[in-house]
Design a protein around this ligand. Structure first.
Ligand SMILES: [Zn+2]
Ligand SMILES: [Zn+2]
Ligand SMILES: [Zn+2]
Length: 356
């Protein structure tokens, strides 16, 4: 049995965000989120996103390949802005106003097969999906210089905010930078000013260091040994999946490029395959350990604002994957302190050990 952990961890990238890691059962202030009933059907006649029902959505902005045997389609959102996100009504309202100004909200139908899970998609297909995100982001930025941020995200399962069961993700282009991205940008820029290094690169280096020993400053004796490599979940040639030390969610995992890169638009097309492989294996590990969990993922990339050049050295793009396995309580919502009931070290170990 793993040791009980009860400590407050400060997010190194956003220090104002802290997490209470409390693993003792008696301490758990949260209820488990139910597993989403998994719809594994390939085709549903009444589904507007299924093949043959293309006339039930607005015309495709992009279809790959073109024609009626598409693998992926991008369409305008018929019900713009997060009207289906039951837990974040205020956010929906705020975003609605932004989009009404000069934003865009689009839906990416990720795959022709209705109920396919991400880890069941081929690596080639996932590379196609992320390549489509990238070209759409590029086109949106080029279409309107007032757009500062293009948020790409996916909701899977009703608790994660998905109202349509058919696998899909969303793109929201906005004239403002979302606050949580701005906080990461500002803090990583401060870190760069002090340390002349990107904080994300520093954390990756730490994740790849296999042991660190902390000595007592006065007596010189070993105070604590940390096995830092314990945060790595999956590693590719160009990308790494890590379990953040101060994870807000029990099974949260982030994927980052190993070499410094601030803008997702700069990923080389030939590297998308490696990214897709790391993502697919990470999702397979999550599925093997928590089976059918609901999740959100979202891409964080450097905002296209006037400071973009300045942040090119300090910000590092990444994909945050946040499975929803517990329901936030009044304590979390009221205090702003996240509660994680599973130690990130144990979660990473279980993910690594999963047979995929
Ligand atoms: Zn469908
Ligand atoms: Zn970096
Ligand atoms: Zn982020």
């Amino acid at each position: 049995m793993a040791n009980e952990v009860r400590e407050i961890r400060i997010n190194p990238i956003v220090p104002s965000e802290s997490v209470l890691v409390a693993t003792a059962r008696s301490m758990r202030p949260k209820k488990a989120e139910e597993l989403a009933p998994r719809d594994t059907r390939k085709f549903v006649e009444t589904c507007p996103f299924c093949v043959g029902n293309e006339d039930k959505t607005p015309p495709a902005i992009l279809a790959l390949p073109t024609g009626d045997r598409w693998e992926l389609r991008i369409v305008e959102n018929l019900y713009p802005v997060l009207g289906d996100n039951r837990s974040q009504t205020n956010l929906s309202f705020g975003l609605q106003q932004i989009i009404d100004g000069y934003g865009r909200h689009e839906v990416i139908i990720d795959h022709h097969a209705h109920g396919i899970a991400l880890h069941e998609m081929s690596v080639e297909h996932l590379a196609l999906v992320f390549g489509a995100y990238r070209s759409r982001m590029q086109q949106l930025f080029e279409s309107n210089p007032r757009l500062k941020y293009v948020l790409v995200f996916k909701n899977f399962g009703p608790a994660a905010g998905a109202s349509i069961a058919h696998t899909h993700s969303q793109i929201i282009a906005m004239p403002v930078v979302p606050e949580n991205v701005q906080r990461e940008v500002d803090n990583s820029s401060n870190f760069f000013r002090k340390n002349h290094q990107c904080i994300f690169c520093t954390l990756i280096d730490e994740a790849l260091t296999f042991e660190a020993t902390i000595y007592d400053r006065e007596s010189g004796t070993v105070r604590r040994k940390i096995n830092v490599g314990q945060y790595v979940v999956e590693r590719g040639e160009k990308f790494i999946a890590v379990k953040p030390f101060a994870s807000r969610f029990e099974w949260e995992v982030h994927i980052l490029p190993l070499r410094h890169q601030s803008d997702f638009l700069d990923v080389a097309p030939e590297d998308l395959g490696d990214f897709a492989r790391v993502l697919q294996r990470t999702m397979a590990r999550l599925d093997a350990v928590i089976g059918g969990a609901q999740y959100n993922y979202f891409l964080h990339s450097v905002p296209h604002d006037p400071q973009r050049g300045e942040h090119a050295h300090s910000y590092h793009w990444h994909l945050e994957i946040c499975p929803r396995t517990s329901i936030p309580t009044g304590f979390e919502l009221g205090s702003g302190l996240f509660v994680n009931t599973l130690s990130p070290e144990e979660a990473a170990e279980r993910l690594r050990a999963a047979e995929i």
